[in-house]
Design a protein around this ligand. Structure first.
Ligand code: PMV
Length: 300
């Protein structure tokens, strides 16, 4: 059986959400596809290579199989992964592959898991691999849509164009989360205040996004980016892209863990299209309503 799950972008609030502050996150129209067939041993094939269960090369898929086996003991499976979502770029590719694999395993082995059960297993897989995580990515990949997290409040945002510029630098989410945790240990009072500020920025952004008030969105996004910079998760490459976009009148910030990965930009359709031409690595994505689903075919 085949299944897919969407990637996501943090519009506001990454890192602070690890410490129970609010974040605004939307699923995007880039998906990861997993095809699962019963067999007598395990074979995982993806753009990363072909392996058996391999916790180094295919950590998320291997842990997903291990956790799924706690629900139903399985002899083996052939698992093929194809993805539109760039890896390790802050667009939720790890959660999307985890959720897509779980959804396809569920369909192939007829375990009839609910979305909430799939989300719970995917959240455990994220912790197995990363050690520390907010669970946001598996939630969005499972359910799709735009949400205020951790309250799980659905937010209706317009079908905006979201500019995504990839720095081309891979980063490991767990390492960036640990970096912030260390900063928080050294300067707890300061970092708590930064987290509170991010929380307020996120809350203010919700109504502005619903009404698409670009002037306010611009200021709030820039403030969020500056807070992330203060937490030490921006880089010179990210700062450069943000500055270039700023000079074109586009609000932008890093999205996800930082330390590389992607920058997102919001502005009028004309401005985002202009910016897309300027950056070779830029794509335009849209908010996606649909979460994990069983697919009729592997073709996208
Ligand atoms: O870079 P991503 O897509 O893995 O997002 C990480 C977001 C953090 O807030 C930094 C961590 C988390 O688990 O929420």
């Amino acid at each position: 059986m085949r299944a897919s799950a969407p990637g996501k972008v943090f519009l506001f609030g990454e890192h602070a959400v690890v410490y129970r502050r609010r974040a605004l996150v939307t699923a995007i129209n880039l998906r990861c596809f997993a095809e699962v067939r019963k067999r007598t041993d395990f074979r995982i094939s993806s753009p990363l290579g072909i392996t058996s269960l391999d916790f180094e090369k295919h950590p998320y898929v291997s842990h997903a199989i291990k956790r799924f086996s706690e629900v139903k003991s399985i002899e083996g499976a052939d698992i093929e992964i194809k993805s539109d979502i760039p890896i390790a770029s802050g667009l939720g590719s790890s959660a999307a592959v985890t959720v897509a694999v779980l959804k396809a395993l569920d369909a192939e082995f007829e375990t009839n898991l609910s979305d909430e059960e799939i989300y719970e297993i995917a959240r455990r897989v994220e912790l197995d691999v990363q050690g520390i995580a907010s669970g946001t990515d598996p939630f969005i990949s499972t359910y799709g849509g735009c949400w205020l997290i951790p309250q799980r409040e659905p937010i209706q945002i317009p079908k905006i164009d979201i500019l995504v510029v990839d720095t081309g630098i891979k980063s490991i989410t767990g390492e960036m989360v640990r970096k912030v945790a260390e900063l928080k240990e050294s300067f707890p009072g300061v970092v708590e205040k930064i987290m509170d500020a991010i929380d307020e920025i996120t809350l203010a952004a919700v109504s502005k996004l619903e009404k698409l008030e670009f002037e306010s969105i611009y200021m709030l996004m820039m403030m969020n980016q500056n807070m992330l910079k203060a937490l030490g998760v921006s880089t010179t490459e990210i700062d450069w892209i943000v500055e270039e976009l700023r000079s074109m009148g586009i609000a932008s910030k890093l999205t996800g863990a930082g330390g590389g990965g992607c920058v997102i930009g919001l502005g009028s359709v004309e401005l985002t299209n202009e910016a897309k031409e300027k950056f070779k690595s830029a794509v335009i994505v849209r908010p996606e309503r649909e979460g994990a689903r069983v697919e009729e075919t592997m073709e996208k």
